[in-house]
Design a protein around this ligand. Structure first.
Ligand code: SAH
Ligand code: SF4
Length: 360
């Protein structure tokens, strides 16, 4: 019997029937798929293994499946229907993928590799475009198109694992979009990633510009999940100029929500602070920052500004960065300056524009 009982998805471009995509399905969903197609239930476990534990490139690689079953799968199913439209390799080993979903929309995902560390970190996107419009960010300059579904988020990992043959160990939700404005699908994706791909919650970080009600909700998801806040200014007026979200959720409310997150999860939060030359990187800013964060348990990640087209800002000198760091260290010992990754292929923080321009 052909594997046709599971609902097929439509191809948004051609309108034709697509094969059933298996990536992102939970074990229970795979079992439903298998049972609906009159195959023995244990096959679901076998498929699950090849989807998540040992990323297979195609069904023929799934060596412990019978030949007949592989032939059936080839006829009616695919591992994923997300396509790689472009792949760029940076000098430091960073890989940037431009992925296309069946409705023709594209999104970027970045894989970061470090020479002396075994970690493989994927930077995932949660939306096509972003509604927030921070003045320093390439994503914010594109118009918002839509939220990604949980399966489309998970697919970004499946694609990277299939393409590189390597297993992702860490995840940061720091790609395109604001994860806490696509809360339900992001949390659903995190649960699938944790259960099916077995990536520990401690290795997953959600970064937000400060969507206060959803910071409270996120604190109840899992005590091990990491939260990072994009702060970027130590006071209301300056933050408002850089990040329009400050009008809706001002700093004092954001800090209150972070304190609650720390109280509930007993974990430190990460503060992300972009250093923009002459704008927010002065000694007075660093001192104010220490004051603002004084009752919070946090570590801080300083991010020298990455250039973005159409934006006049500049990265500060190394000397200014060191001076800022020195003062911030009086507030917390846990200060890091984020390593510049993949900027030669515009894969650095805030550089993900995600368009088909320049793609052949
Ligand atoms: N929307 C979420 C997650 C995606 S942005 C958020 O804002 O947190 C991931 C990180 O990149 C954020 O800290 C963001 O502020 C930072 N970023 C944006 N533009 C940048 C730029 N031009 N240079 C350096 N970091 C940037
Ligand atoms: Fe959106 Fe984050 Fe970029 Fe701001 S920094 S525009 S919230 S993706």
């Amino acid at each position: 019997m052909a594997l046709t009982a599971y609902p097929r998805e439509m191809d948004g471009i051609s309108g034709s029937l697509l094969k059933t995509a298996l990536s992102g399905m939970t074990l229970a969903e795979l079992e439903e798929f298998i049972v609906n197609n009159n195959e023995p239930k244990f096959r679901a476990r076998q498929l699950h293994y090849w989807l998540y534990r040992r990323p297979a490139v195609n069904f023929d690689d799934m060596s412990n499946l019978s030949k007949d079953f592989r032939a059936k799968l080839n006829e009616t199913a695919v591992i994923t229907n997300t396509k790689i439209r472009q792949k760029l390799l940076g000098k430091d080993g960073t890989i940037k993928y431009l992925l296309e979903y069946p409705d023709g929309n594209v999104v970027e995902t970045v894989l970061m590799r470090y020479e002396k560390r075994p970690n493989l970190t994927a930077c995932l996107s949660t939306q096509i475009g972003c509604k927030i419009g921070c003045v320093f960010c390439a994503t914010g300059k594109n118009k918002f198109i839509r939220d990604l579904t949980a399966r489309e988020i998970v697919d970004q990992i499946i694609i990277i694992q299939k393409d590189t043959g390597q297993t992702i160990t860490n995840l940061v939700f720091m790609g395109q979009g604001e994860p806490l404005l696509n809360y339900d699908e992001t949390v659903k994706a995190i649960k699938i990633i944790n259960t099916e791909l077995e990536i520990g919650m401690r290795r997953i970080t959600v970064s937000t510009c400060g969507i206060v009600p959803n910071i409270y909700r996120l604190s109840g998801v899992n005590r091990q999940l990491n939260l990072a806040l994009s702060l970027h200014a130590p006071e209301h007026e300056l933050r408002k100029r850089l990040m329009p979200i400050e009008n809706k959720y001002p700093l004092d409310e954001v800090i209150k929500a972070l304190k609650e997150f720390v109280k509930k999860t007993k974990r430190r939060v990460t503060i992300e602070y972009i250093l923009i030359d002459g704008i927010n990187d002065g000694i007075e800013h660093a001192k104010k920052l220490n004051g603002l964060l004084k009752d919070l348990k946090y570590n801080i990640n300083l991010i020298p500004y990455n250039p973005v087209e159409g934006c006049e800002f500049k990265k500060p000198s190394g000397e200014r960065v060191s001076k800022f760091k020195e003062i911030v260290e009086m507030g917390t010992k846990k200060v890091t300056v984020r390593l510049e990754r993949g900027t030669d292929i515009s894969a650095g923080c805030g550089q993900l524009a995600g368009t088909l321009e320049n793609v052949k």
